[in-house]
Design a protein around this ligand. Structure first.
Ligand SMILES: Cc1cc2nc3c(=O)[nH]c(=O)nc-3n(C[C@H](O)[C@H](O)[C@H](O)COP(=O)(O)OP(=O)(O)OC[C@H]3O[C@@H](n4cnc5c(N)ncnc54)[C@H](O)[C@@H]3O)c2cc1C
Length: 475
């Protein structure tokens, strides 16, 4: 008998799950896979566009290579040789309107040794002195989760929070460090404190025991010469016999015949399947499940989301200061709306025609939601205005492209792990229902691929059980 699975959401999680499932159950006679995606294109937050010789990423622009999943998947797809590392790695931080390089060897919050931090002009003498006493700060005994801001202030001091952790970590998550969960986002730093009594000692021990880095990896983060869509295109091309349904929105998940789900779609049709994997953002999944499992829907609604806008700006190279890095971060204390700017054409080769540069400015996030109320033109003008003093811009951009990401950044706030545990226990009351994606166990592309693998294993083992339990009986 052919078993059926419907995957909702065609972002990297849904695509990687389809790919793994097809490899696990290769024959479409045994497993029929349908993937439903609301947008007319597949890829979700990954989308590469070409415009007048520029290569523009509308969302995701690269992925970390330190965790192996995305690199391994690239290898399986035959893309290992196409991994493209950064041409420039230096990152700057805005400090009183000027650009100061982030200390070399920075591991998100600090460097393993004090030297680079002491030499950096990012911190004041007082800030450096505070950092230097970190090994003497007693370890926290309480096991309860705490916020990123609380941890960094407690261990490394207020300046390290304001000038490094806030723009770097909170910037990646479009979040508020006073709310973000330390145990969900940076558990390794909690372990350093617990096991070594100090972040510095923990980082040094980790550096000593770290396996030798694969010298063939192009750098700590990577993309592809034709942008992140290479990954999406390869996943689709190498996952045969899937009924791809882009441009179709799932409206709900309902109980069908015993042991099956019914999924009405916005084109008036409905899908039936024995298993459903939701990779849609948590609030969407919550709405889809409201009638089927209200408790699960409530738990999913508890994960907050933030919105952002990515503004791509093209300039003649001589209308901008030389870009000798991969970008800049802007601490909140600078008093501007701009969060960060990637220097796309110096970060990766081949992103702009010769003699031109491409920049990517980030706006929005939890603390800056209202700036996104501005129309596209006004947002682009704001980006040019705020970047001008930092990059010495002269004249208007050749073009500006604005991509908006409405409720696209899940927030791992304090006690996120408890929320995910509640979701998981409610999910298991509905046999055949699976959840994966950036809302739960990790936000970046590698974590989403790992979560897709986990969910694909769950689906395949559920469908291979001889007697599927009818949902009514299990509910
Ligand atoms: C602007 C931006 C920049 C980012 N940059 C990076 C980066 O550089 N590196 C990195 O590692 N991570 C980055 N991330 C995080 C990145 O989004 C995740 O790592 C990953 O791409 C999320 O994939 P996903 O499949 O879980 O979700 P998504 O990509 O959000 O996919 C979910 C899909 O569900 C679809 N959908 C919604 N409702 C329905 C419905 N009713 N029916 C059917 N389909 C529906 C959506 O259209 C969407 O395509 C970025 C995120 C954003 C928003």
């Amino acid at each position: 008998m052919t078993r059926r699975v419907v995957i909702l959401g065609g972002g990297v999680t849904g695509l990687a799950a389809a790919y793994r499932l097809r490899r696990t159950v290769p024959s479409p006679d045994d497993l029929a896979i349908t993937l439903v995606e609301r947008r007319s294109r597949l890829g979700g937050s990954i989308g590469t566009e070409r415009h007048e010789g520029y290569l523009i990423e509308s969302g995701v622009d690269s992925f970390f290579t330190l965790t192996a999943t995305a690199v391994e998947l690239s290898g399986m797809l035959g893309l290992r040789g196409r991994l493209q590392g950064p041409a420039h790695r230096r990152v700057y931080v805005a400090r009183r309107g000027r650009l100061v390089p982030l200390p070399e060897g920075l591991a998100l919050l600090t460097t393993p040794r004090l030297g680079p931090m002491v030499r950096s002009s990012l911190l004041s003498l007082r800030g450096k002195a505070r950092l230097a006493v970190e090994p003497l700060v007693p370890a926290r005994r309480e096991q309860k989760d705490e916020s990123l801001a609380s941890f960094v202030r407690r261990r490394l001091g207020r300046e390290a929070l304001e000038r490094i952790a806030d723009p770097l970590v909170a910037g990646i998550h479009a979040g508020d460090p006073e709310q973000l969960s330390m145990s969900s986002l940076l558990p390794q730093f909690l372990a350093y404190e617990r096991e070594h009594g100090s972040v510095f000692r923990g980082l040094q021990a980790a550096a000593r025991s770290r396996p030798v880095r694969d010298p063939t990896l192009p750098g700590p983060f990577a993309s592809f010469p034709n942008g992140m869509s290479e990954l999406v295109n390869a996943l689709v091309a190498q996952t045969p016999d899937v009924a791809w349904r882009p441009g179709t929105r799932a409206l709900a998940i309902e109980r069908g015949r015993p042991g099956s789900f019914e999924i009405p779609l916005d084109d008036g049709s409905a899908l039936r399947s024995e298993a459903v994997l939701l990779t849609t953002p948590a609030p969407v999944s919550a709405r889809l499940l409201e009638k089927l499992e209200p408790k699960l829907a409530d738990a999913l609604h508890a994960i907050p989301y933030a919105s952002s806008a990515v503004i791509s700006l093209a300039f003649p190279a001589d209308a901008c200061r030389p870009l000798d890095g991969s970008g800049l971060l802007v601490p909140r204390t600078e008093g501007v709306h701009l969060k960060a700017c990637t220097w796309v054409s110096s970060k990766f080769e081949g992103r702009a025609p010769s003699g031109h540069v491409l920049l990517r400015a980030f706006y929005g996030g939890v603390r800056e939601a209202s700036v996104l109320d501005r129309p596209d033109d006004a947002l682009a003008d704001l980006a040019v205005q705020e970047l001008t003093p930092l990059l010495g811009l002269r004249g208007p951009p050749e073009f500006a492209r604005v991509h908006r990401w409405q409720n696209a950044h899940p927030q791992y706030d304090v006690d996120h792990a408890e929320r995910v545990a509640t979701i998981e226990s409610a999910r298991t009351t509905v046999p055949g229902l699976f959840l994966a994606g950036s809302a739960y166990r990790g936000i970046g592309v590698p974590a989403c691929i790992e979560d897709a693998d986990r969910a694909a294993r769950g689906v395949s083992s559920f469908l291979s059980t001889e007697a599927l339990v009818p949902m009514e009986a299990a509910a």
